[in-house]
Design a protein around this ligand. Structure first.
Ligand code: GLC
Length: 436
């Protein structure tokens, strides 16, 4: 089995260096405040859903604040829903009136967001929903809000999906020609037939042609994998892979996206918010397996981030301020360095430093098997304080009346302070010897 990382067509060098991004789900569903799928879940017709369109007015929208919060959390790129399944567009598309400029907001909401994040040196990604519950030529399928409506089933037969396909290609062109260089494009999603209703996939989207267009407009762009024709980035969702993600046996560039709570869009009454500690551990775990984490916020209908999200972003930022060098530029440790119990390892090949992320602070020692002879110096990352270590074999003994367990020759044992350092996840930085 070949362990090389599969080659990407787009430029993934910045992506595998930066590791941590912000996902933004923002659209009319923020007003319903009960999941971005509410139109489908509640089987709402476009006419009923229009109550949101007529009143969408995010008067407190300040993308500079969003960008600051993301940058302070240590995020290096963003991916925003330019259009979600509901079909509503944040930018001033020439191909539809179902867009922010035609709501009480009265302006393009995407352009200032792109500017604000660029001002913070963040890379820009566009999410674009292949699914569209508003377009007059988008046909019935198992995800559609009106999937159980016999009248819609009839009407759908008269729809010309080719016209929708043209629209989606045209909008993609707009997104890739009006906002300067775009670093990443996240299409969402293809799905199989269900309950007798046909699914939609690459032939419906015209994926192959779409990819050719995208590559010709923006050759360096990274493409995700939901067009059913492969892609540069594999994107597991709300799932922590147990090892480096492989496709066809090869390690790939991958990114897992997660919510703070259960919903992508703003959800007022959702309470299952992850703690800062869980989120930091998810970031570390992802990087320790060679992946990226894309963490989502769902801004509300006034245009603000949920205070619960702000609190998490700030908490992550406190950890990142001191520990980001165990994340940026890092990847999985070489296989010859196994992670000890309750720890994750990340490794920076450029600086030849290894990071031991301690998920559960132990009493006094961590035994690192296979590390003896390979470490020059060790320190805690939060304060740069030295961590002493012993190496090599020792007999088990009762010499002084106290039992000590033997270690094998390859073991390096770190001597830790008894008190856990003041960090949600303490990290020990190991300077490796150059010859290893
Ligand atoms: C799913 C959902 C969608 C969300 C996306 C994020 O495909 O349909 O609501 O935007 O996941 O990856």
């Amino acid at each position: 089995m070949n362990d090389d990382i599969a080659v990407t067509t787009g430029d993934s060098s910045w992506f595998t260096n930066d590791r941590f991004g912000l996902f933004i789900h923002w659209g009319l569903y923020a007003m319903g405040a009960r999941h971005e799928w509410l139109q489908s879940r509640e089987r709402m017709s476009p006419e009923r859903y229009a109550k949101y369109f007529r009143r969408f007015d995010p008067d407190l929208y300040d993308p500079r604040l969003w960008a600051k919060l993301a940058a302070d959390a240590g995020m290096k790129y963003m991916v925003v829903t330019t259009k979600h399944h509901e079909g509503f567009c944040l930018w001033d598309s020439e191909l539809t009136d179902y867009k922010a400029t035609r709501t009480p907001a009265g302006r393009d909401l995407l352009a200032p967001m792109v500017d604000a994040f660029r001002e913070r040196d963040m890379r820009i990604g566009f999410y674009y929903s292949l699914i569209d519950w508003h377009h007059p030529h988008y046909t019935i399928d198992p995800k559609h809000p009106l999937r159980f409506d016999p009248q819609f089933a009839e009407e759908s037969k008269k729809r010309d999906f080719a016209r929708y396909r043209e629209y989606l290609h045209g909008q993609t062109r707009e997104l890739l020609t009006r906002f300067g260089p775009i670093d990443l494009m996240f299409f969402d999603f293809s799905f199989p037939e269900e309950n007798g209703l046909p699914g939609k996939g690459k032939d419906d989207w015209g994926s192959e042609e779409l990819v050719r267009t995208i590559r010709s407009l923006q050759p360096r762009i990274l493409l995700n994998d939901r067009l059913q024709v492969g892609g540069d980035i594999t994107t597991p969702e709300q799932y922590m892979p147990k090892e480096w993600v492989r496709v066809g046996g090869r390690r790939v560039v991958w990114e897992t996206c997660h919510t703070f709570s259960g919903s992508w869009g703003y959800y007022r009454d959702e309470e299952s918010w992850k703690s800062v500690e869980t989120l930091v551990k998810m970031l570390i775990d992802t990087v320790s397996k060679g992946g990226n984490l894309l963490l989502n916020v769902g801004p509300n209908a006034r245009g603000e981030l949920d205070p619960r999200a702000v609190e998490r972003l700030e908490g992550i930022g406190r950890w990142m301020r001191l520990h980001s060098r165990s994340i940026y530029g890092c990847t999985a440790a070489p296989d010859s360095f196994p992670a000890p119990a309750d720890c994750r390892l990340t490794y920076n090949p450029a600086t030849n430093r290894m990071y031991v992320h301690v998920f559960s602070w132990p009493f006094k020692n961590i035994h690192l098997q296979g590390f003896a002879g390979k470490v020059e110096y060790a320190q805690l990352l939060n304060d740069g304080s030295e961590i002493k270590f012993k190496e090599g074999a020792s007999e088990s003994s009762m010499a002084d009346g106290a039992y000590r367990e033997g270690r094998d020759a390859s073991t390096l044992t770190l001597s830790l302070p008894v008190k856990k350092p003041d960090a949600v996840v303490p990290v020990i930085e190991l300077f490796l010897k150059s010859e290893v």
